[in-house]
Design a protein. Structure first.
Length: 122
Protein backbone atom coordinates (compact mmCIF):
# COMPACT_ATOMS: atom_id res chain seq x y z
CA UNK A 1 0.00 0.00 0.00
CA UNK A 2 1.00 3.61 -0.34
CA UNK A 3 0.80 5.54 2.92
CA UNK A 4 2.20 8.77 4.29
CA UNK A 5 5.10 8.13 6.64
CA UNK A 6 3.75 9.73 9.81
CA UNK A 7 0.83 7.35 10.43
CA UNK A 8 3.03 4.25 10.03
CA UNK A 9 6.50 5.29 11.13
CA UNK A 10 6.32 3.61 14.55
CA UNK A 11 5.10 0.34 13.03
CA UNK A 12 8.00 0.47 10.56
CA UNK A 13 10.52 1.29 13.28
CA UNK A 14 9.27 -1.55 15.50
CA UNK A 15 9.18 -4.06 12.65
CA UNK A 16 5.40 -4.52 12.54
CA UNK A 17 5.42 -3.15 8.99
CA UNK A 18 8.17 -3.42 6.42
CA UNK A 19 8.70 -0.34 4.27
CA UNK A 20 9.76 -1.38 0.81
CA UNK A 21 10.45 2.12 -0.49
CA UNK A 22 9.49 5.77 -0.26
CA UNK A 23 7.87 7.45 -3.24
CA UNK A 24 9.87 10.67 -3.14
CA UNK A 25 12.87 11.46 -5.33
CA UNK A 26 15.14 11.44 -2.28
CA UNK A 27 15.11 9.23 0.80
CA UNK A 28 13.14 10.48 3.77
CA UNK A 29 15.10 11.79 6.73
CA UNK A 30 12.60 9.92 8.93
CA UNK A 31 13.40 6.54 7.35
CA UNK A 32 16.87 7.09 5.92
CA UNK A 33 17.55 3.37 5.48
CA UNK A 34 14.48 2.88 3.26
CA UNK A 35 15.31 3.27 -0.45
CA UNK A 36 13.33 5.34 -2.90
CA UNK A 37 11.15 3.51 -5.41
CA UNK A 38 13.64 4.58 -8.09
CA UNK A 39 16.51 3.01 -6.10
CA UNK A 40 14.41 -0.12 -5.56
CA UNK A 41 14.10 -0.73 -9.27
CA UNK A 42 11.64 1.66 -10.90
CA UNK A 43 13.83 4.48 -12.25
CA UNK A 44 12.19 7.87 -12.65
CA UNK A 45 9.30 7.16 -10.30
CA UNK A 46 8.28 9.79 -7.80
CA UNK A 47 5.02 10.70 -6.15
CA UNK A 48 5.30 13.45 -3.56
CA UNK A 49 2.65 15.19 -1.54
CA UNK A 50 2.83 18.95 -2.07
CA UNK A 51 1.17 21.57 0.08
CA UNK A 52 0.81 25.20 -0.87
CA UNK A 53 -1.53 28.13 -0.98
CA UNK A 54 -3.77 28.93 -3.91
CA UNK A 55 -6.21 31.77 -4.47
CA UNK A 56 -9.18 32.24 -6.76
CA UNK A 57 -8.50 33.35 -10.32
CA UNK A 58 -8.56 37.12 -10.55
CA UNK A 59 -7.15 37.71 -7.06
CA UNK A 60 -5.22 41.01 -7.24
CA UNK A 61 -1.46 40.55 -7.61
CA UNK A 62 -0.78 42.65 -4.50
CA UNK A 63 -2.79 40.12 -2.44
CA UNK A 64 -0.94 37.18 -4.02
CA UNK A 65 2.40 38.86 -3.30
CA UNK A 66 1.42 39.59 0.31
CA UNK A 67 0.31 36.01 0.93
CA UNK A 68 3.52 34.69 -0.61
CA UNK A 69 5.68 37.09 1.42
CA UNK A 70 3.96 36.04 4.65
CA UNK A 71 4.20 32.34 3.80
CA UNK A 72 7.91 32.58 3.00
CA UNK A 73 8.47 34.48 6.28
CA UNK A 74 6.54 31.83 8.24
CA UNK A 75 8.56 29.05 6.63
CA UNK A 76 11.77 30.83 7.68
CA UNK A 77 10.84 30.66 11.38
CA UNK A 78 13.09 28.21 13.21
CA UNK A 79 10.28 26.67 15.28
CA UNK A 80 8.11 25.97 12.23
CA UNK A 81 11.05 24.64 10.23
CA UNK A 82 11.95 22.29 13.08
CA UNK A 83 8.36 21.09 13.47
CA UNK A 84 7.94 20.43 9.76
CA UNK A 85 11.33 18.70 9.53
CA UNK A 86 10.33 16.42 12.41
CA UNK A 87 7.37 15.39 10.26
CA UNK A 88 9.59 14.68 7.26
CA UNK A 89 8.61 17.78 5.30
CA UNK A 90 10.97 19.29 2.76
CA UNK A 91 10.36 23.02 2.52
CA UNK A 92 10.35 24.57 -0.92
CA UNK A 93 9.48 28.24 -0.50
CA UNK A 94 9.35 30.09 -3.77
CA UNK A 95 7.31 32.37 -5.94
CA UNK A 96 3.68 32.01 -6.98
CA UNK A 97 4.99 31.22 -10.45
CA UNK A 98 7.15 28.39 -9.05
CA UNK A 99 4.11 26.80 -7.43
CA UNK A 100 1.93 27.28 -10.51
CA UNK A 101 4.60 25.52 -12.59
CA UNK A 102 4.69 22.65 -10.07
CA UNK A 103 0.91 22.29 -10.24
CA UNK A 104 1.14 22.24 -14.06
CA UNK A 105 3.87 19.55 -13.98
CA UNK A 106 1.84 17.37 -11.62
CA UNK A 107 -1.35 17.80 -13.66
CA UNK A 108 0.49 16.85 -16.83
CA UNK A 109 2.12 13.83 -15.20
CA UNK A 110 -0.92 12.42 -13.42
CA UNK A 111 -3.55 13.74 -15.83
CA UNK A 112 -1.96 11.79 -18.66
CA UNK A 113 -2.11 8.61 -16.58
CA UNK A 114 -5.72 9.21 -15.54
CA UNK A 115 -6.77 9.81 -19.15
CA UNK A 116 -4.77 6.82 -20.44
CA UNK A 117 -6.43 4.52 -17.90
CA UNK A 118 -9.82 6.20 -18.48
CA UNK A 119 -10.30 6.68 -14.73
CA UNK A 120 -13.48 8.39 -13.66
CA UNK A 121 -14.77 9.55 -10.29
CA UNK A 122 -18.18 8.15 -9.46
Amino acid sequence: MFQSILPVIEQVRTGKLRALAVSSVERSSLLADVPTIAEAGLPGFSADIHYGLVAPAGTPRRIIDRLNKDLVAALAADDLRARLASEGAVLLPGTPEDYAAEIDREETKWGTLVRTLDLKME
